[in-house]
Design a protein. Structure first.
Length: 455
C-alpha cells in the first residue's frame, strides 16, 4: 500500500489523484486529497465565474474521481500550520503532492494603488464566488465608472459580471449578498485596459466574443488604437488565438453598434482600451479613488512597449486590478521568489538542487498561473508518473496507521466527503428558501455547521 497526500482539491489535485489511482503499474495506491476549505474543487468552485455553467459542470468529472474507492477527500485541513508542514506530512504519508495553486494576486506597485475603491480582481471573484475567506469583503458598486486593469481572462470575467444584470445571474449559485449588490449596481461604464496591444492580450477568443453578446451592453473599441498594433493590419503571423481575437475586435471596430434588442439604448458600456500603462491612481483616503492615470505606450517591435510621455486619465470610482495571480511560499518547501513557484524536476521538488524525497508539485505552484483547466491534466500526469517511478523506495518508509487520526492529533478537524455532501444539501435547501436554485453558503461558520463540524 502506497499512501499519498494530495494537497488541494482543484483540477490539478484531482487530476493528480486520478492519474495515481487509474493506472495498473503500481496497484493499491491510496490517495488522501486534503483541502484547507471544507469544500472541494478549488478554482472550479471559487474561480470559474458563476455564469460559466458549462465549465462549472466540470465539477461532475472531478466528483467522480473524489468518489473513487481509493480516493478520500478531507476538507478543513490546513497544511502549513505549526505541526503540519511537508516534514510532518511525510510522517503520515509515503508521499505528498502539493497542488495548492497560486493563492495571491500580483500588485502594480504604483502610487494610489491602496486607495479605497482600488481592489484586486481576485478579491472581487472570491466575493461573488462565496469564498469563505472573502465573507467580510463587500462591493457596494456605487461607482458609475469602473476600470479593470489587465486584459486576461480574469479581467474579462470581472468586466462581464459588472456588466451583466442581476436578473441574468439569479439562476446561478452566486451568493445572495453579491447578487443583491449587483442588482443595486450603478456601474454604467466598464473600462478594460491593456498596457500592450490587442495582439498581445491574454484573453481567449470565446471569452472575448461573449462580451459582445451581453444583453443591454455595448462594447466599444477605438479603431485608431487597434491600428497602432502592427499585427492588426497583418495578423497572418500571429498564433491562432491572437489572430481570432483580432478578428473579433475588428468586427467591433467596423460595426460599433449597440448590442441588445434593436432600438433600445444600452444600459452599460464596456470600453476595451490598449497601449495604456497604469502609472498612478488619483483620489484621496476620504473619498477614494477618482481616476486612473495611464501613460500611452507604443510598440517597441519586440513584443513589448515603450512609454510615450503622453498621459490619459480615466475616471473611475472602482478599480479592479486584474494583473495575474502569484504562488505563495509553502511551509517547509523551497520557493522560487522570481516566479512564485516551487522548484522541481518533472514534478519532484528540488531542495538546493537535490530531489526532496517524497515531495512533489503539480498545477500552478509547479508551472505558474497560466493555461486553462485542461492544461492541468498533462501537468498532473507528469508528476504522478515521477511519483510512481519512485514508488518502491517511497513504500519502504514507515507511516501512520490511520492518517485521519494522525491529522486529528496534529490539531485538524477533517471534513470527510459525507460532510461535503451535507454542505451541498444545505446549499440546495438555502436556495429553495430564497426561491432560487442552489445558492452557495458564503462563510466558514455556515459551511462548518452544515458539514456538522462545530467549533
Ligand atoms: P493573465 O492571463 O496572466 O493576464 C494578466 C494581464 O495583466 C495581462 O494582460 C498582463 O499584461 C496584465 N498585467 C500584468 N502586469 C501588469 C502591470 N504591471 N500593468 C498592467 N497590466 C499588467 O492572468 P489572469 O487573467 O489572472 O488569468 C490567469 C489564468 O487563469 C490564465 O491562464 C487564464 O487564461 C486563466 N483563466 C481562464 C478562464 C477561462 O478559461 N474562462 C477564466 C479565468 C482565468 P501583459 O501581457 O502585458 O503582461
Amino acid at each position: 500500500m502506497l499512501r499519498v497526500a494530495v494537497i488541494g482539491s482543484g483540477p490539478s489535485g484531482v487530476y493528480t489523484a486520478q492519474s495515481l489511482v487509474e493506472q495498473e503499474a503500481v496497484p493499491d495506491v491510496e490517495v488522501y486529497v486534503l483541502d484547507r476549505l471544507p469544500c472541494p474543487y478549488g478554482l472550479v468552485r471559487y474561480g470559474v465565474a458563476p455564469d460559466h455553467e458549462k465549465i462549472k459542470s466540470l465539477q461532475g468529472n472531478l466528483r467522480t474521481v473524489l468518489e473513487h474507492p481509493r480516493v478520500h477527500f478531507l476538507g478543513n485541513v490546513e497544511v502549513g500550520t505549526p505541526g503540519l508542514g511537508a516534514a510532518e506530512l511525510r510522517e503520515i504519508f509515503h508521499a505528498v503532492v502539493f497542488c495548492v495553486g497560486a493563492a495571491t494576486d500580483r500588485h502594480l506597485g504604483i502610487p494610489g494603488e491602496d486607495l479605497p475603491g482600488s481592489r484586486s480582481a481576485t478579491e472581487f471573484v472570491a466575493w461573488y464566488s462565496a469564498h469563505p475567506d472573502a465573507a467580510a469583503a463587500h462591493f457596494a458598486l456605487e461607482a458609475r465608472s469602473a476600470v479593470v486593469i489587465g486584459v486576461g481572462n480574469v479581467a474579462v470575467d470581472v468586466a462581464r459580471i459588472l456588466a451583466r444584470g442581476a436578473a441574468e445571474l439569479a439562476g446561478t449559485d452566486m451568493p445572495q449578498g453579491a447578487l443583491g449588490a449587483l442588482a443595486d449596481s450603478r456601474v454604467e461604464d466598464v473600462w478594460m485596459v491593456g498596457r500592450r496591444g490587442p495582439s498581445q492580450a491574454k484573453f481567449t477568443t470565446k471569452e472575448l466574443r461573449e462580451l459582445g453578446s451581453l444583453p443591454g451592453t455595448e462594447v466599444l473599441v477605438r479603431p485608431e488604437e487597434l491600428a497602432l498594433d502592427p499585427a492588426y493590419a497583418d495578423p497572418g503571423g500571429l498564433p491562432a488565438v491572437a489572430r481570432r481575437n483580432i478578428e473579433v475586435l475588428r468586427g467591433w471596430a467596423e460595426r460599433p453598434v449597440a448590442k441588445g434588442s434593436a432600438g433600445t439604448a444600452p444600459l452599460r458600456r464596456i470600453h476595451l482600451r490598449f497601449f495604456l500603462r497604469p502609472v498612478e491612481m488619483t483620489g484621496d483616503a476620504a473619498s477614494g479613488v477618482r481616476a486612473v492615470r495611464f501613460e500611452r505606450t507604443a510598440p517597441d517591435g519586440r513584443g513589448g512597449v515603450t512609454g510615450t510621455g503622453e498621459y490619459e486619465d480615466i475616471a473611475a470610482q472602482l478599480v479592479l486590478r486584474s494583473v495575474g495571480y502569484r504562488g505563495t511560499p509553502q511551509a517547509g518547501l523551497p520557493f522560487d521568489e522570481a516566479h512564485g513557484t516551487v522548484p522541481h524536476r518533472a514534478g519532484r521538488v528540488l531542495r538546493d538542487g537535490d530531489v526532496f524525497p517524497g515531495v512533489y508539485v503539480a498545477g500552478w505552484i509547479k508551472r505558474g498561473p497560466s493555461g486553462v483547466i485542461g492544461t492541468n491534466r498533462p501537468c498532473a500526469k507528469e508528476t504522478a508518473a515521477s511519483l510512481l517511478e519512485d514508488a518502491a523506495t517511497l513504500a519502504r518508509r514507515e507511516t501512520a496507521d490511520d492518517p485521519v487520526a494522525a491529522l486529528r492529533e496534529a490539531g485538524q478537524s477533517p471534513v470527510p466527503w459525507s460532510g461535503w455532501l451535507a454542505i451541498e444539501s444545505a446549499e440546495a435547501e438555502w436556495g429553495r428558501r430564497l426561491g432560487r436554485g442552489t445558492v452557495k453558503l458564503p462563510d466558514w461558520e455556515r459551511l462548518l455547521e452544515a458539514a456538522h463540524v462545530v467549533g
